[in-house]
Structure formats: structure tokens, C-alpha cells
Write a protein that binds this ligand. Structure first.
Ligand code: SF4
Length: 278
């Protein structure tokens, strides 16, 4: 297993369970707001090996109750099942965080009773999925299948969506229909990516930064040094690529009112829906 990070103790990542968190390296999505972008290409490695994690877990059996396997995307790891079996044999519960792109693997793990909780991201409405994930391949079939597998399983689960700026209330409605009658949904607070953390809200509103590399990842944007704001009305200017791509306001979070409206839409279709992160 390619490990990109390890958290020895968490009270928030696994409901009602004190857990450790393994972050796997590598993801088949490229969500532009990803807060672990260093994990996407799979080249990020961490000094701790899986053998050392097993030893750590053995030593914490009186304190920890579960292990979260998160990403990146854990289902891309060829030995995921073996690792889960080893951790379960140590007496731990397992929560899997997944983007839902590998339903066969998910089904196999559930069939073998290897999972105690599954959290699956719903990135956007199916028709606009790629706006968020920035993938060329459509994962529509896989996403639908994973949702069905999870909802038909006996394990506890949640679906969750980061309310990124490009997601509209129409998208929320379509997503609600996609997971109709699900037990639990969280609308998660969108945070401006840390790569832009040094850019103030005011600068974002004034669009005082430009795309400096040819990539979809938001980390390629930097502040303008110029005292003079660029001409954002000039469509020929290379500097407006970002804004045409993200509708000029894409970095700005939705208002709290829009969050409330979105969750009311969700509540019409799913059993339990909450906002998370405020
Ligand atoms: S699925 Fe998760 S880890 Fe992968 S790019 Fe999206 S936010 Fe990042």
C-alpha cells in the first residue's frame, strides 16, 4: 500500500469511534479544490510503512477502536483487502472513505464483511461530475453502482458533498434524486484551497491572481504583482482563462443561505441530511 500520511488519533473521522487514519497515495480524480493535492499523482510517500502502522495499532489496542482508510482513493491500492484483513485481525473496526469509482472492489469488501462504515463522496450531479473531478472519463456507471451497493448493504454509511462553488441548487436536486432514501447525507463546507490561503477574500473578489501554469489544478494560480488590475473584460487576455473556466466567481463559497436551501432540498429526499463544517 502506498501511504501518503498517517494520523495516529482522531475523534472526528469515524463516527462514535476513536480512530487512526491512513491516507493512501494516488487518486483517479483531480478535484480542483482537493485539500490533499500532493496525494493525487501517487508519487507522495510517507516515512511510515504499513508494517510500522500494524505495530502501532497493536500497541494502541486499549485506546483506539477503529481505523479510517482514506485518500487519495484507497480502492486503487492493489493490497487494500489484505491490509484491511490484517487490521481487522488486530481487532479494529474499519471505515473506508471512497470516491465511488471502483464498485467491484467496494462490493467485494462488503461481501466479505470487511467494512464497518463507508463514506462516499458525491462530487456533483452526474451531468456535471467532471466540472468538479476534472476527469476525461465519465464515471457515471461506477458512481451509480457504488451508491446502489452501499444503500443495499447492511453497514453504516454516509454520502457527502463538498458544496463547491460550481455546484448549483439544480445539481443538488439531481444529487438528492440520485441518493433518494439514503440514510445519511452531509453537505460539507467548501474551503478555499490552502494553496490560495495567502490570497484574501477581497483579492479573490477583485480577481487579483492569475493562472501561471497550464493545469487544471488550482494550486497553479498565484497573485498578480501588478498594481494595475488586469483587464478582465478583454476575452483575448490569457489572464482571464481562470475566470472563463470557473465563471469568474468560482472560488467564492456559497452563502450560508444557499447552504440552508440546499440542505432543505436534500431533506425532501433522504432520511437524514446535515450541514458539516460550520
Ligand atoms: S477524490 Fe478526494 S483525494 Fe481525489 S482528487 Fe478528489 S478530493 Fe482529492
Amino acid at each position: 500500500m502506498k501511504i501518503g500520511g498517517f494520523l495516529k488519533q482522531s475523534f472526528i473521522d469515524f463516527p462514535k469511534t476513536i480512530s487512526a487514519v491512513i491516507f493512501t497515495s494516488g487518486c483517479n480524480f483531480n478535484c480542483w479544490y482537493c485539500h490533499n493535492p500532493q496525494l493525487i499523482n501517487g508519487n507522495c510517500t510517507y516515512e511510515t510503512t504499513i508494517a510500522e502502522i500494524y505495530d502501532f495499532l497493536k500497541s494502541r489496542k486499549n485506546f483506539l477502536e477503529g481505523v479510517v482508510i482514506s485518500g487519495g482513493e484507497p480502492t486503487l491500492q492493489p493490497n487494500l483487502k489484505e491490509v484491511i484483513i490484517n487490521i481487522k485481525n488486530l481487532g479494529y473496526k474499519i471505515k473506508l472513505d471512497t470516491n465511488g469509482s471502483n464498485p467491484e472492489i467496494l462490493q467485494d469488501l462488503l461481501n466479505e464483511n470487511l467494512l464497518d462504515y463507508v463514506a462516499m463522496d458525491i462530487k456533483n450531479s452526474l451531468k456535471n461530475y467532471n466540472k468538479t473531478t476534472k476527469t476525461k472519463k465519465s464515471f457515471e456507471k461506477e458512481i451509480k453502482q457504488s451508491i446502489k451497493i452501499i444503500m443495499e448493504s447492511d453497514v453504516d454509511y454516509e454520502f457527502r458533498t463538498t458544496f463547491a462553488p460550481e455546484i448549483t441548487l439544480n445539481d443538488i436536486n439531481a444529487m438528492a434524486l440520485l441518493i433518494k432514501e439514503a440514510k445519511l447525507f452531509y453537505l460539507q463546507k467548501y474551503e478555499i484551497p490552502s494553496s490560495l490561503a495567502n490570497i484574501s477574500q477581497e483579492q479573490i473578489e477583485q480577481k487579483q491572481f492569475v493562472q501561471t501554469q497550464s493545469t487544471n489544478n488550482i494550486s497553479a494560480f498565484t497573485l498578480l504583482n501588478s498594481q494595475t488590475p488586469p483587464d478582465f473584460t478583454n476575452p483575448k487576455s490569457a489572464k482571464i482563462n481562470l475566470y472563463s473556466k470557473y465563471n469568474q466567481t468560482a472560488l467564492l463559497p456559497h452563502s450560508r443561505t444557499t447552504y440552508n436551501t440546499a440542505i432543505e432540498i436534500m431533506k425532501k429526499y433522504v432520511i437524514n441530511a446535515n450541514i458539516r463544517g460550520f
